[in-house]
Design a protein around this ligand. Structure first.
Ligand SMILES: *Cc1c(COP(=O)(O)O)cnc(C)c1O
Length: 353
C-alpha cells in the first residue's frame, strides 16, 4: 500500500506531567477513503485536524462505525514495540464484516499502524506505564437517509500519548453489576468493537457512577444470570485456585489482553476455565471466601484489580480491597513483555523499525 505524506510546519508542543487518557492528540493522522467500485484509495498521513463531512453521512444516522484500540511502547533500549497488532487487524475484519462494512487486509492495517507510529515516534512517552494509544476507526460517509449499508467509508488512525487508564492507578476498582440493562445478546454485535455497543451501555455506566462505582459488570442478555465482561474489559475470577472467564461465543469481546493472559496463566500451570459463571455463584464465592482475586483485562488499563462487587444491594469485597499477588504478577509479566523489559518467549512483540 502506497502512503503519501503531507507535512505540517507547526508541530504541537508535547504535553508534560499527567497525560491522562486520550486527552492529547499527536501532530498527524492516517486517513484512507473507500468508494464502492473503487475500493480503498488515497492512503495518506496528514496533519491532525477537523474533518468535514456531510450532515446526511450515514454514520450519523445508522451508526455504522467500528474501531480498534492498541498501543505503541518505547523500550528502554529505544526500540518501538507494538503488541500483537495482527490480532487487532483480524478483529477489525470481523467487526467490519458483522457491520456490513468493507474490510482492510491484515497487512494493510498493520502497515498503516506502523507508518503512523513511525511518523509519531517522538510522541511515545517513556514514563512509568506510559505509551502511545492508537485508535484506528472506520465509519460510513455516504450521503443518504435510507437504511442500507453505506457505499463509502473513511478509515482513520489517530494517536494519543497516555498515562495509566485509571486515575487510581493499579489499585482495585469498585464494580457495579448491572441487573437491568444488557450489552449484548447472541446473534448481536457483542463480539465486535463498534461504537453502537458503547452508546447503549452508557446508561448503566451513569447509574454505576452515581452509586460511586467505576465500571459496570455485564450479565448475559437473556437471563441476566451469567457474568460476561466489564465496560471495556474482559473479566477473570480466581475461585478455589481456578481462573474462570466467560467464553467468547459472540456476546463477549475477544480481547487481545484476555487471550495473552490466558496463555500466560496456562503456562504457569493454572487451571483456566472459559465457561459461564452465574452471578449468584460469584457473590456466594465472595461471601464464603473462595473468591480469591478478580481483575479486568484490556489494552487501555492492561489489568485492573476488582476490589468490590455490588449486585442488587449485596456487596462483597475481594482480597480486602487490595491488589492480589496473582493480579500483580500478571500485570508485571505482561507489561514487562509489552514494554520490552522481559524476554518475549511468545513472539508477541512487533518491532517498528
Ligand atoms: C476493547 C474491549 C475489550 C478489551 O480488548 P483488548 O483487545 O484486550 O483491549 C474488552 N471488552 C470490550 C467491550 C472492549 O471494547
Amino acid at each position: 500500500m502506497k502512503i503519501r505524506f503531507e507535512e505540517r510546519k507547526d508541530l504541537k508542543e508535547k504535553p508534560t506531567g499527567n497525560l491522562g487518557f486520550g486527552k492529547y492528540q499527536t501532530d498527524y493522522m492516517f486517513v484512507m477513503d473507500y468508494e464502492e467500485g473503487q475500493g480503498w484509495h488515497d492512503a495518506r498521513i496528514v496533519p491532525y485536524g477537523p474533518i468535514e463531512f456531510d450532515p446526511a453521512s450515514m454514520v450519523l444516522h445508522y451508526a455504522q462505525e467500528t474501531f480498534e484500540g492498541m498501543k505503541a511502547y518505547k523500550a528502554k533500549d529505544g526500540r518501538i514495540l507494538l503488541f500483537r497488532p495482527e490480532m487487532n487487524a483480524r478483529r477489525f475484519i470481523n467487526s467490519n464484516k458483522r457491520l456490513s462494512m468493507p474490510i482492510i487486509e491484515e497487512d494493510d492495517f498493520v502497515q498503516a499502524v506502523e507508518e503512523i507510529v513511525r511518523v509519531e515516534k517522538d510522541w511515545i512517552p517513556t514514563g512509568e506505564g506510559e505509551s502511545l494509544y492508537i485508535r484506528p476507526y472506520m465509519f460510513a460517509t455516504e450521503k443518504a437517509i435510507g437504511v442500507h449499508p453505506s457505499h463509502s467509508y473513511k478509515f482513520i488512525i489517530i494517536c494519543s500519548p497516555v498515562g495509566a487508564y485509571y486515575p487510581e492507578g493499579v489499585n482495585p476498582v469498585k464494580i457495579y453489576v448491572e441487573d437491568e440493562f444488557v450489552r449484548a445478546t447472541v446473534g448481536g454485535t457483542g463480539f465486535t468493537k463498534c461504537g453502537g455497543n458503547y452508546a447503549g451501555s452508557l446508561a448503566a455506566q451513569v447509574k454505576a457512577e452515581a452509586l460511586g462505582y467505576t465500571q459496570v459488570l455485564w450479565l448475559d442478555g437473556v437471563e441476566r444470570k451469567y457474568v460476561e465482561e466489564v465496560g471495556s474489559m474482559n473479566v477473570m475470577f480466581e475461585i478455589n485456585d481456578t481462573i474462570i472467564t466467560a467464553p467468547t461465543e459472540g456476546t463477549v469481546l475477544p480481547g487481545v489482553t484476555r487471550d495473552s493472559i490466558l496463555h500466560i496463566l496456562r503456562d504457569w500451570g493454572y487451571k483456566v476455565e472459559e465457561r459461564h459463571l452465574a452471578i449468584d455463584d460469584l457473590m456466594k464465592a465472595g461471601h464464603d471466601g473462595t473468591l480469591q482475586e478478580a481483575w479486568g483485562t484490556g489494552t487501555a488499563a492492561v489489568i485492573s484489580p476488582i476490589g468490590e462487587l455490588y449486585y442488587k444491594g449485596d456487596v462483597v469485597q475481594i482480597n480486602d480491597f487490595r491488589t492480589g499477588a496473582l493480579t500483580q504478577k500478571i500485570y508485571d509479566t505482561l507489561t514487562g513483555i509489552q514494554w520490552g523489559d522481559l524476554e518475549d518467549t511468545y513472539g508477541w512483540t512487533h518491532e517498528v523499525k
